[in-house]
Design a protein around this ligand. Structure first.
Ligand SMILES: C[S@@+](CC[C@H](N)C(=O)[O-])C[C@H]1O[C@@H](n2cnc3c(N)ncnc32)[C@H](O)[C@@H]1O
Length: 360
């Protein structure tokens, strides 16, 4: 990483979470077949800081990439050492503004002859005339200069700013891009994002162990001593979202439990039963079941249908025919549509139906 002189006081939105190379490697190993001949865009990634850049640059030849484009944002609260690269930056300025730039890689010379490149220094890449580093106005992924690059890209891979996740995904969908991005699991409950999951336009990738990620970050880490990693922050409920085909989403869950009304109580405000843990989904229940959102990690669209979700926005976000199918009755405790059991409001649930319930 370049200059880590982080000025925490300047941090307004909490968007500075830098992904570790090992986490990128662990996820990306399942997607290699998608990249041959493709243009990859990492549009929230300073090549001097980002391990996404490092990952794709060092495997440029192995993956058979056509082009790698990285852009970085000048609004980042991290001051990078790359400022001196551009003549516009004057050393006497007290608080140098980070400069946005784009790096386009079309050739990575294979020095060892084995396809792998030791990608430790961006400077080596820039010395090659086929690769170009240029300045951008802002590097904001929503700006016209960045949208132009998005149009050109085949696959977008990054960890985008959490605070702009909705907008970020909406833009990817608008431009019909293939993508693999990191986000918070709770984004699933968002009223714009959830339909993408329901209609199988987006799904979860392989993910982080226990949905916990350690990012390099300027923010204070509140993790317990056992979980603390130096210079990092622990964030729970993190996952990968993608619309690239992966084997995982065609693997069926082994269902070993059987339905009984005693063990699977009925919600008070929906015609569905409560299944508190994904592993407890009964193999023989033909009706609608409410499962935790972590179910989506095991979701195979050939095995289950997603009907909708029960959360604070369901009453307003669900189509009326779905509310009718779920026989939803507003409850004074449901805060807009959360599932109610024994008078208590439950955490978000996903309503699913087994496509092939076992016949007894
Ligand atoms: C979660 S961090 C991840 C950084 C890098 N992609 C990684 O994974 O290591 C999100 C990055 O997006 C940048 N960012 C924030 N707003 C942005 C915007 N509007 N356009 C582009 N990048 C933005 C932040 O400054 C931050 O560096």
């Amino acid at each position: 990483m370049a200059n880590k002189n982080l000025n925490a006081a300047k941090v307004a939105k909490k968007d500075e979470f830098y992904t570790q190379l090992e986490d990128i490697e662990r996820e990306l190993q399942h997607y290699w077949s998608h990249f041959r001949g493709k243009t990859v865009l990492c549009n929230c990634d300073d090549p001097y800081e980002s391990n996404f850049f490092k990952y794709f640059a060092s495997r440029f030849n192995q993956l058979g990439l056509k082009k790698l484009i990285c852009t970085c944002y000048n609004g980042s609260s991290i001051q990078g050492s790359e400022l001196a690269l551009f003549p516009e930056w004057k050393e006497e300025e007290e608080e140098p503004k980070r400069i946005a730039h784009k790096l386009v890689i079309t050739e990575v010379k294979d020095m060892n002859g084995d396809g792998a490149v030791d990608m430790t220094d961006v400077e080596i890449l820039i010395k090659n005339d086929k690769n170009v580093l240029t300045q951008l106005q802002t590097g904001d992924f929503r700006s016209e200069e960045c949208i132009e690059l998005l149009r050109e890209a085949d696959i977008v891979v990054t960890n985008p700013p959490f605070s702009l996740f909705r907008e970020y995904v909406a833009q990817l969908m608008e431009y019909e891009k293939k993508f693999l991005i990191i986000g918070k699991q709770m984004a699933i409950t968002n009223k714009e994002f959830f339909p993408l999951i329901k209609y199988n336009k987006v799904w979860l990738g392989y993910g982080f162990k226990g949905a916990v990620a350690h990012f390099v970050s300027p923010y204070e880490d509140t993790a317990t001593a056992g979980d603390h990693r130096k210079g990092m922050i622990r964030v729970s409920g993190i996952t990968w979202f993608t619309n690239l085909e992966i084997n995982k989403r065609h693997e069926s869950l082994d269902l070993v439990c059987r339905y009984s009304p005693e063990e699977y109580p009925h919600f008070e405000n929906y015609d569905a039963i409560e299944v508190g843990k994904t592993i407890d989904i009964p193999c023989d229940y033909p009706g609608v079941m409410g499962v935790p959102i972590t179910f989506l990690d095991k979701y195979n669209p050939e095995q289950f249908d997603i009907i909708w979700q029960a959360c604070g926005n369901t009453r307003t976000s669900a189509p009326s025919e779905i509310l009718k199918e779920l026989k939803y009755i507003a409850h004074k405790e449901d805060r807009g549509g959360c599932a109610i059991l024994n008078g208590q409001r439950l955490f978000s649930r996903i309503f699913i139906r087994n496509k092939h319930p076992q016949q007894l």
